[in-house]
Design a protein around this ligand. Structure first.
Ligand SMILES: [Zn+2]
Length: 212
């Protein structure tokens, strides 16, 4: 089954700046915005921004495959779709470093392994807490599940609101982007795909996404 190339999680050759250098960069951006980084209200901002970055981009510190490998069990004859829907996430677009708010829906048809549902939610989180584009995040989640669990099929649909689009540029505040990745039976069998799409109950139900 062909897989799209995924962006490397970490480039080991990139030297990480010191915390002081990162805070200086924030001061530079404050000055670029036109304010004084030394005034009282902004004095602690570089430190707070860097702490926020540690949370927002914590996904680089974790290996998503390890996460799924850690717990799996025999399925005991279970042969229906496993579905987790409405997994809320916050990510950041790699083009503007602006927040993306969204929800992910994941389904898979197990072959001989299942994973705890909380692990699927954590998988979304690991990929969300990196600089992303929604299309790649969708594919990464599906491909990782396929690689580690080897199910009969995987379906991932993500709905995202991109603040780089809603708060600037074209200012389309209601626009939601929908991306999907269907593998195995979800790609090959329209009934299985439809069962999944009906179950996740997309907001724009008419706009059922095409497979990718
Ligand atoms: Zn953007």
């Amino acid at each position: 089954m062909p897989r799209k190339a995924e962006a490397p999680a970490l480039a080991p050759s990139i030297e990480r700046p010191s915390r002081a250098e990162a805070e200086d960069a924030v001061r530079t951006l404050i000055r670029w915005a036109g304010d004084n980084p030394m005034r009282e209200g902004l004095a602690g901002t570089p430190d707070r921004v860097i702490r926020a970055y540690e949370e927002w981009f914590a996904g680089y510190e974790e290996d998503p495959e390890d996460l799924l490998k850690r717990t799996f069990e025999e399925v005991g004859g279970y042969d229906e779709i496993v579905l987790l829907r409405d997994i809320r996430f916050t990510s950041h677009c790699e083009h503007h470093m602006a927040p993306i708010f969204g929800r992910a829906h994941i389904g898979y048809l197990p072959r001989n392994r299942v994973v705890g549902l909380s692990k699927l939610a954590r998988l979304v989180e690991v990929y969300a807490k990196r600089l992303q584009i929604q299309e790649r995040m969708t594919a990464e989640i599906a491909n990782t599940i396929e690689r580690v669990l080897n199910p009969h099929g995987v379906a991932v649909v993500i709905e995202g609101t991109h603040t780089c689009m809603t708060t600037r540029g074209v200012h389309k505040s209601q626009a939601t982007m929908v991306t999907s990745r269907m593998l195995g039976v979800f790609r090959d069998n329209p009934e299985t795909r439809q069962e999944f799409l009906s179950a996740i109950d997309l907001r724009g139900a008419r706009g059922v996404p095409a497979t990718s």
